[in-house]
Design a protein around this ligand. Structure first.
Ligand code: NAD
Length: 296
């Protein structure tokens, strides 16, 4: 099945990145947001990123104009009627996502591929909000979308093979590297990453090492580009906590259970870089200071 026109719903952090990559890969892309103000903000963020690329010399000015010309940002869902694939990237709440899919179902064309960028919600649950679960998949882009190469493509037990294969081919056309996975919480990346991050927090709680030394160990001992606490602060402690709860709920295994310290930091509003505090204090963004979290 050939994909010619793309729809993206939600133009926040992920949706704006996905729309940008689709338009930059030559696809006419319709982006739907909730209000005109959010449409303007989302498109503004894409234009700013493209401007920076032109200034850096990685994008030519006429290419920027061409990319912008392929993007249509609107509040009108009926503009998705001709799209061959629609990628949903709205807020991570099952009731909101299912409400959206129920509204889109009668609008989208019969053979369109329906895709969600969810990090933690069951693809199987979402597909049941539509009349065509066999055409529903997950396409999980990584943040920041224009930079990160990986996309997890997720099938359910009822996904048509042709839909899955078309989605894999489409991801390649975006210049990304697809991996195939099935609808299980966390898919591949978070299933492995989240227990690793939780274990780093447990090691800290048990006095195995300091924040700095655990980070240093994984960087210098394992060749990771950043240690687990720097990564936790970047991903967001709230996001990690949320995903760990989803994993624990499904598998009931202690390795997925959130450590007490993580839970308390989330309640205290220390969500990492975005709130200025996590395992490091970002008051001076150029020189983060390690937090003293276990003092008495
Ligand atoms: P975000 O809050 O930045 O963006 C969500 C956008 O969706 C908002 O702009 C909001 O106005 C819009 N929206 C909400 N309801 C809508 C509706 N009915 N119609 C149109 N637009 C609507 O969130 P995000 O970080 O971009 O996350 C979006 C999705 O991507 C979530 O499912 C999340 O789990 C997933 N995801 C996030 C990350 C990440 O690192 N942030 C990584 C991978 C996947």
């Amino acid at each position: 099945m050939e994909i010619r026109e793309i729809g993206v719903v939600g133009c926040g952090l992920m949706g704006s990145g996905i729309a940008q990559v689709c338009a930059a890969s030559g696809f006419p892309t319709v982006v739907v947001e909730a209000t005109q103000e959010l449409c303007d903000r989302g498109l503004g963020n894409i234009v700013k990123r493209l401007e920076r690329a032109v200034q850096k010399g990685s994008l030519k000015a006429p290419e920027k104009t061409a990319i912008e010309g392929r993007l249509r940002v609107t509040t009108d869902q009926t503009k998705l009627a001709n799209c061959d694939i629609v990628i949903e990237a709205i807020i991570e709440r099952i009731e909101e996502k299912n409400r959206l899919w129920r509204a889109l179902d009668p609008i989208l064309k019969k053979d369109a591929i329906l895709a969600s960028n969810t990090s933690s919600i069951s693809i199987t649950e979402m597909m049941m909000a539509t009349s065509r679960p066999q055409r529903f998949i997950g396409v999980h882009f990584m943040n920041p979308v224009p930079v990160m190469e990986l996309v997890e493509v997720i099938r359910t037990i009822v996904t048509d093979q042709e839909v899955f294969d078309s989605a894999i081919a489409f991801v390649r056309k975006l210049g990304k590297q697809p991996v195939r996975t099935s609808d299980r919480p966390g898919f591949i990346v978070n299933r492995i990453l989240v227990p690793y991050l939780l274990d780093a927090i447990r090691a800290l709680e048990e006095g195995v090492g300091s924040i700095e030394d655990i980070d240093k160990s994984m960087r210098l001992g394992c060749g990771h580009p950043m240690g687990p606490f720097v990564l936790l602060d970047f991903v967001g402690l709230d996001t990690t906590y949320y995903i760990s709860n989803v994993l624990f709920e499904e598998f009931k295994e202690p390795r997925f259970a959130a450590p007490s310290l993580l839970k308390r930091m989330v309640i205290a509003g220390w969500h990492g870089k975005k709130t200025g505090r996590g395992f490091y204090d970002y008051s001076d963004p150029n020189s983060p200071k390690v937090m003293d979290l276990l003092r008495l």
